[in-house]
Ligand binder design. Structure first.
Ligand code: NDP
Length: 444
């Protein structure tokens, strides 16, 4: 049995009931096969893969808090500190009823390679709780966040582990957690990212994931003798990533004709008017269908189907598994030639395989949406230096980081004889840096 297959079998056997973690390990190891086979003896002798798939540490704890009726509630809290070979653990905190240890291990494992690709000194981690912030009062959210941080603060620090937001954790939650960390430790340090601008947050963090997605898309197009200007683009979602991907794509001369939310999608053949979308989503917290009230020439369609709109480029920016094999075929049939993932794992495995086999350009989320965590790392740098960079400075650094991520994924794919396969390229490039660091640091 090959080293890769042996390790995968062990992961399944030794981590029962964690299907998402098994899936993530399989996807990464499958695309690393070429590298691992070429270095099998070296890696086996130091059990490199065995160590890579085992978390350095998982902290699991209870989170008691009192609701508005005076009833005590108890949630599960976790922090998965997966790999610190290239820097302090870095990764978001997710608050959602679906959170469990297996899901956080899957996200933490993926984060190792994404963070490595950014070229910045950040290791992989993830955390969260099965607490559901939906429908809770501000006081209840604060009570939860303070209790969560009362335990978590023992295990994190600016040079140790720096959590950020994720699903269910935005500026409000980061603020409550930062306040409690400071109160418990007496330290005013960059222990969390995604902070408000008036207490250590970074300019351009809000735009970073969407802008970064378009920057790397541009690189992929350039490398394949194509350009973004003048192209028709379909983007799913209408949240943070979708809005700022639209903004940057428009600035660079593309025409974005569709956006969606979980209810349906709007098609505006004249080009989406982003100020209308920002007003609906960022100011009024409304639904995307309200777009047609302001722009009657646009059309709203309830339900799925956004990928049937003819376009040159598709940017899935909503959620996991939102684009399946039929969607991929519809895109291709209608002339789409490039896809870049703003969301985490929005394309199913079958859709991804189809993009690659049918010769479409495809940039996976691990590389394409890394601008978010990269800018979080820039927030850490500013906090350490006690400086704030201008919007333009951060944006320029982000742009260069995305150019470098593309170059690394492209180069790794070419070196291993799979030129143009940026899925393999991104996994290989992310892995190489972590593996080298682990080899240098001995058996730890
Ligand atoms: P938001 O919550 O701001 O927006 C998500 C958008 O997707 C909303 O418009 C939402 O609609 C829509 N959506 C959710 N579920 C579905 C669905 N089933 N079908 C269609 N639309 C849906 O999230 P973000 O923009 O921050 O994140 C989007 C994706 O990008 C996620 O996968 C996230 O993990 C990933 N990501 C985000 C980063 C960041 O910096 N924000 C960094 C890296 C990755 P509705 O309002 O109806 O729920």
């Amino acid at each position: 049995m090959s080293y890769v297959d042996e390790i995968y079998a062990k992961v399944v056997e030794q981590n029962p009931g964690e299907p998402e973690f098994h899936q993530a390990v399989k996807e990464v190891l499958d695309s690393l096969r070429l590298v691992i086979d070429a270095n099998e003896e070296k890696y086996r002798s130091v059990a490199l893969l065995e160590r890579l798939v085992e978390t350095e540490r998982i902290i699991s704890f209870r989170v008691p808090w009192t609701d508005d009726k005076g009833q005590v509630q108890v949630n599960k809290g976790y922090r998965v500190q997966f790999n610190s070979a290239i820097g302090p653990y870095k990764g978001g905190l997710r608050l959602h009823p679906s959170v469990n240890q297996g899901i956080l291990k899957f996200l933490g494992f993926e984060q190792i390679f994404k963070n490595s690709l950014t070229g910045l000194p950040i290791g992989g981690g993830k955390g969260g709780s099965n607490f559901d912030p939906k429908g809770k009062s501000d006081r209840e959210v604060m009570a939860f966040c303070q209790s969560f941080m009362t335990e978590l603060h023992k295990y994190i620090g600016a040079d140790e582990d720096v959590p950020a937001g994720d699903i269910g954790v935005g500026g409000r939650e980061i603020g409550f957690m930062f306040g409690q960390y400071k109160r418990l430790t007496g330290l005013y340090e960059g222990v969390l990212t995604g902070k408000g601008l008036n207490y250590g947050g970074s300019l351009a963090r809000t735009q970073a994931t969407g802008y970064g997605l378009v920057y790397i898309l541009e690189e992929m197009l350039k490398a394949n003798d194509k350009e973004l200007a003048g192209k028709t683009v379909v983007i799913s979602g209408s949240g943070n990533v979708a809005i700022y991907a639209t903004e940057k794509a428009q600035q660079l001369g593309a025409k974005v004709v569709a956006l969606s939310d979980s209810n349906g999608y709007v098609y505006d053949p004249d080009g989406i008017q982003l100020d209308v979308v920002k007003d609906i989503k960022e100011v009024r917290r409304g639904r995307i269908k309200e777009y047609v009230d302001a722009v009657p020439t646009a059309k709203y369609t309830e339900g799925k189907g956004i990928w049937t709109i003819p376009c040159d480029i598709a940017l899935p920016c909503a959620t996991q598994n939102e684009l399946n094999l039929d969607d991929a075929k519809a895109l291709k049939a209608n002339g789409c030639f490039a896809v870049a993932e703003g969301a985490n794992m929005p394309s199913t495995r079958e859709a991804t395989d189809y993009f690659l086999e049918s010769g479409m350009l495809f940039m996976p989320g691990k590389a394409a949406n890394a601008g978010g965590v990269a800018t979080s790392a820039l927030e850490m740098s500013q906090n350490s230096q006690r400086l704030s960079w201008t919007f333009e400075e951060v944006d320029e650094k982000l742009h260069n980081i995305m150019i470098n991520i593309f170059a690394k994924a492209d180069d790794a794919a070419k070196r291993y004889g799979v030129a143009g396969n940026y899925v393999a390229g991104a996994n290989i490039a992310g892995f190489e840096k972590v593996a080298d660091a682990m080899l240098c640091q001995g058996i730890v």
